[in-house]
Design a protein around this ligand. Sequence first.
Ligand code: SF4
Length: 351
Amino acid sequence: MSKQIRHKKIRLEASSVCQLRCYSCPNASKAILPIVGSGFLRLSDFQKLLDENPWITEIELSNFGEIFLNPDLLEIMKYAYERRVVLTANNGVNLNNVDKEVLEGLVKYKFRTMTVSIDGVTNETYKRYRINGNYDVVIENIKKINFFKQQYQSKYPLLSWQFVIFGHNEHELPTARNLADELNMYFYSKLSWDAEFSPVRKREAIRKEHGAISWKEYKEKYGVDSYMQGTCHELWEQPQINWDGKVLGCSENFWGDFGGNVFTDGLFECLNNEKINYARDMLMGRQGTRDDIPCATCNNYLATKREGNWLKRGGKRRLISSIPSVLKHRIKRLFPPALKHIIDRILYNKK
Ligand code: SF4
């Protein structure tokens, strides 16, 4: 039986609404609508959650949508800052529509770390995947954040540039890397989930750096490794809560929930209920598959089960999960570019 956990870190989606229509995104295809729905985290719910759970130290706000569309975001940042709760957006933001006050708020309220998804260095290239987006606006917004960082003499938020590699943008990788340096951003590139959309052309160069040219090939070559299961560890380390209080457990799940509502039934109760505890045991191979658990139909679980490669919750995992987001950002900047994607996998479960 899994022991009860008092989570200091959680993931709480600030917005499941997104203005872009990226290929292969479950938000753009509306696949998330039945369970995740379309909405924003409310300030009153956020305040209640922090008031009732004063042990919370860190909250990741980004997942399926764009956090900057949430009209309460500035007040949410202010409240977290007053409560000494660290906010991050490491899963990613597109940074296309942000008020100046909110850009200033990121710095003023010491928002800690943020990943910006930018797959190109020209508007023409960027828009091929980030449909409805505008590259020039995104870069302008980054410059504004840097301006406020100077004004407030602050290093926060620490920024990362995430570049998904496609056939139509791979030639812009070196320029993007240099620009990220100029903008004081940590840069990393990653493989696309969708092998069909704009497949890479410089196959050998990409293979050399990433071990494969697509995630399909990566999985075929390496099978399910501890990295693929990294998302499952969120169930223990930083569980995902939907904007409306539903418990999703991990950042990948959009097809089922674990019951209860953290805003009305209590965070501790929901994150330790029978269903989520059963899921934890299921992932460790201590219980059989149960159809009412969202993991039962997840590819990660099915591959884990097929290979008998059950999750292990050892000291290494606990150590990684206890590292604060700012320290993780500093650690990854110490490593050369060729190793950065490996470091990201270890520290962030990034794919
Ligand atoms: S098996 Fe799937 S749904 Fe369950 S925790 Fe892992 S990634 Fe999430």
